[in-house]
Design a protein around this ligand. Sequence first.
Ligand SMILES: Nc1ncnc2c1ncn2[C@@H]1O[C@H](COP(=O)(O)OP(=O)(O)O)[C@@H](O)[C@H]1O
Ligand SMILES: [Mg+2]
Length: 235
Amino acid sequence: MLQLENLSVRYGSFRALNDVSLHADEGELVVLLGANGAGKSSIFLTVSGLNKPAGGAIRLKGKEIGGMKPSKIVRSGVVHCPEGRKLFPKMSVMKNLTLGAYVYSRDQVGVRRSLEEVFELFPILRDKRYEAAGSLSGGQQQMVAIGRALMGRPKILLLDEPSLGLAPLVVKQVLDVVKKINENGTTVLLAEQNAFAALKIAHRAYVIEGGRIVMEGESDTLLHDENVRKAYIGA
Ligand SMILES: Nc1ncnc2c1ncn2[C@@H]1O[C@H](COP(=O)(O)OP(=O)(O)O)[C@@H](O)[C@H]1O
Ligand SMILES: [Mg+2]
């Protein structure tokens, strides 16, 4: 589905990503583990066209998408749910959600159908649809952010730290929803610092440190790996 080959990204002279190669196959839930500053968000920003790659290739179903316009990348099926949610707090939940379908604004029937799907996944958002997004709890705001991404009709969803800043019980709810979205057929690439919970729902994982992939494997293997446990799980 999505394949990165020797992707490099620079901010000025700083090399944020060095020869990053990874892939997510159709139907997979792949997690990207790494500490703050490792380069997770840089990967997502580059795949979704907001950063320009300095080198390497980004392919979706074999077709190069590196350097394409963000709106074209969304249309091709890559949708990014950014770190920190990035909602419009004064706008209603409904308005925030429909913004996620901006590339499909000529297809209002389709937009309504997507909205219905999001409300089925997150019934609480239907109840709160006319409330300001900023008035919702942290977990509910994350649901709006994920819902907005789903409105973009992802074939592959890039989810950047959806559990950031949420209480443990809410983290579990959010990751359960991520798992469900994947089971419903959407390929997911998930960045998480919550390694244990993320590995529990993922099929495979990559570990990124200092802009390089340093480890990859099946989730089960990484869950039991001594170094991963020490560095990311704390057991
Ligand atoms: N816009 C930017 N300009 C300069 N440096 C940046 C920028 N964005 C990120 N960085 C740096 O790139 C590195 C990777 O950051 P990031 O991709 O945000 O990591 P993560 O998401 O894993 O925390 C960090 O050292 C960060 O400080
Ligand atoms: Mg980040």
